[in-house]
Design a protein around this ligand. Structure first.
Ligand SMILES: [Zn+2]
Length: 312
């Protein structure tokens, strides 16, 4: 009998050992590629431990203009899901999808978002031809109401790609959406503390159209909604006139654009540089905007500090 008992113990131990590789296999992460860091963070928040996400454009990178690497093509080929912004943000992506031969489902995370049109009135007023009229502004994540739609789209896509994890994705998304509600309240409260006549600022490129519409701070930019085309000398001169005429209190640097243009505008207009806003990319994990929520908190805190107090 003792022999038999030890045999059972041995078998049980053996079974649990044998079960280990299977368990490890079951926990293999769902490979997801996101086109840029903001989307990668949403995927992480919703996917949690079940998902391994690769961001093509990394922290502080410019998602408008990007040259994919061989490693990107490899990640694409291995992905089950590719999450993109759409609205013409990632002009370089269709070629990568094709050349990588990926069989992944491509999810457009802005599905269901009402795009706003890129502001091109200045060019239109000059009767310029060849401009892409009615071009959608891709920076929809700058409105937290839209972030909710991104998160819901990603939650649904993850649940479809990995049905066994659906309950986890649903629960993670619900918890994250509640956090977004809190941040949205903080942003609105901060804007309310800024005197109405000081709710205006300058950034390098037109990345804050959705933020303007949602929260009522006016952002003027010498460069359009993409960083692909440079600001003309005429645009820069117009911005400098506008800063002086409207007493715009501050100009902001952006993490994804060269600081030179804003430094020149500050110098020539006398406006103060209010800090760096994270527009199209998160910072790295150790920076002030390692997640979408930290990005929104950092931006509104910089905006409030620069606009709320004192004369320009
Ligand atoms: Zn942009």
């Amino acid at each position: 009998m003792p022999n038999r008992r030890s045999l059972v113990a041995y078998l049980v131990a053996g079974l649990s050992l044998a079960a280990l590789p299977t368990a490890a296999f079951a926990q293999e992460k769902l490979p997801v590629v996101a086109s840029f860091s903001v989307l990668a963070d949403f995927v992480k928040q919703v996917g949690g431990e079940r998902v391994g996400v690769t961001s093509l454009v990394g922290p502080n990178g410019d998602a408008h203009v990007y040259s994919p690497t061989p490693a990107d093509a490899k990640a694409m080929a291995a992905a089950k899901l590719v999450v993109i912004n759409g609205l013409h943000l990632e002009g370089w992506l269709p070629r990568l999808i094709k050349s990588s031969g990926t069989k992944a489902t491509v999810v457009t995370a802005t599905k269901g978002i009402k795009p706003i049109e890129a502001a091109e009135e200045e060019h239109d007023a000059k009767g310029g031809h060849g401009h892409d009229h009615g071009h959608d502004d891709p920076h929809a994540w700058q409105d937290i109401a839209n972030a909710r739609i991104y998160v819901a789209d990603i939650r649904d896509a993850l649940g479809a790609a990995d049905p066994a994890g659906k309950a986890v994705y649903d629960a993670n998304a619900t918890a994250y959406l509640a956090k977004l509600d809190v941040v949205e309240g903080e942003v609105k409260a901060a804007v309310a503390r800024i005197p109405a006549d000081r709710r205006k600022a300058i950034t390098t490129h037109d990345a804050f159209g959705y933020f303007v519409k949602a929260y009522g701070i006016e952002f003027i930019a010498p460069q359009g909604v993409s960083t692909e085309s440079e600001a003309s000398a005429k645009d820069v001169a117009r911005i400098i006139r506008q800063i002086k005429a409207q007493k715009v209190p501050a100009v902001f640097l952006e993490n994804v654009t060269n600081p030179r243009l804003i430094e020149q505008i500050a110098r020539e207009s006398g406006a103060r540089i209010g800090g760096t806003l994270y527009s199209d990319a998160l910072s790295d994990a150790s920076g002030p905007a390692g997640t979408y929520i930290d990005m929104m908190k950092h931006n509104i805190s910089e905006i409030e500090k620069a606009l709320a107090a004192g004369p320009a």
